[in-house]
Ligand binder design. Structure first.
Ligand code: ADP
Length: 273
């Protein structure tokens, strides 16, 4: 992969790239980081568009994408690879990080702070100017090609970050802060994702705004763009809007009956009973 001149025109790429509505200058920043071989850290609440953004950028840059949803059992071997035994033979099998390095693609580690601490041993030399991946088990030392990019994300709301990610890791990345889109953008996302009509999109976004104002009071988690897309999908399918909002928003966000009835009142006031 040639890192400088191999991009398809945007018109060609638009046919195949996942729909993504930009918030600000994140597309430019991602491209600059990629061109200059800098790793990227994206922080923001769940369901605000981080994964979609990375998928969009990978397609736009015509790069293979390996996405890993990190969890507390994820080890360095899960990322790098392991020997597998079959038919009496031992065969080395690359993990997603190794594949991304070999192919010069993007490796996206979603919720990276969830991963076991031993993963930093492989991430550090890839995330600084060495850009190498040592594979102890095979004795290989892979040098990342220019088009390889490491992208990680985390949700600061979970409050495990400060103890979870050391400054020595964090300071290897260029960082992008994400939040929920402005109302007009979020409406456009709902229309773009589900073809719902503009008025219904506007109403859904106004409900989300009202719910988000309750963050920290009655609600621990707020209505994400993802949940609004779910509500819009149900409505587009013919579901009665209040029922769709209860299923996609209220019941997902709270188990408390009083909070649920307060949220339902907002929905009824917006869509009518
Ligand atoms: P995150 O990775 O931040 O948890 P996602 O990227 O999975 O969130 O976003 C959840 C859903 O919200 C996506 O599948 C998409 O439908 C929608 N979405 C969020 N932001 C955008 C955006 N800017 N453009 C298009 N769709 C978006």
């Amino acid at each position: 992969m040639n890192s400088s001149n191999a991009l398809p025109s945007l018109e060609q790429a638009m046919d195949t790239i996942p729909f993504y509505k930009p918030h600000g200058s994140e597309i430019e920043l991602f491209e600059r980081a990629w061109r200059n071989r800098l790793p990227l850290l994206i922080k923001g609440p769940t369901g605000c568009g981080k994964t979609r953004f990375v998928a969009h950028m990978a397609a736009r840059l015509n790069l293979p994408l390996y996405t890993v949803a990190c969890h507390d059992d994820l080890t360095a071997a899960d990322l790098v690879g392991r020997h597998l035994i079959g038919n009496g033979q031992t065969v080395w099998c690359d993990g997603p990080l190794t594949r991304a390095v070999r192919e010069g693609g993007i490796c996206y580690l979603d919720e990276v702070v969830e991963a076991r601490k031993d993963t930093t041993v492989v991430l550090h030399p890839l995330a600084d100017d060495r850009r190498i991946l040592p594979i102890d088990r095979t004795g290989e030392l892979l040098e990342a090609p220019p088009s390889f990019m490491l992208v990680v994300s985390y949700n600061p709301g979970y409050q495990n970050f400060l103890k979870g990610m050391k400054p020595s890791t964090r300071q290897r990345f260029v960082s992008l802060g994400f939040d929920f889109p402005a109302p007009a953008q979020e409406e456009a996302i709902l229309v773009g994702e589900t073809s719902i009509d503009n008025m219904a999109a506007k109403r859904l976004v106004s409900i989300a705004q009202a719910f988000r104002a309750l963050r920290g009071h009655d609600l621990e988690e707020v209505a994400s763009t993802r949940l609004l897309v779910y509500a819009a999908t149900l409505i587009k399918d013919g579901c009665e809007p209040s029922l769709a909002c209860r299923a996609a928003l209220v019941e997902t966000l709270t188990d408390d009956p009083d909070t649920a009835s307060a949220l339902s009142e907002v929905i009824d006031a917006t869509f009518g009973k």
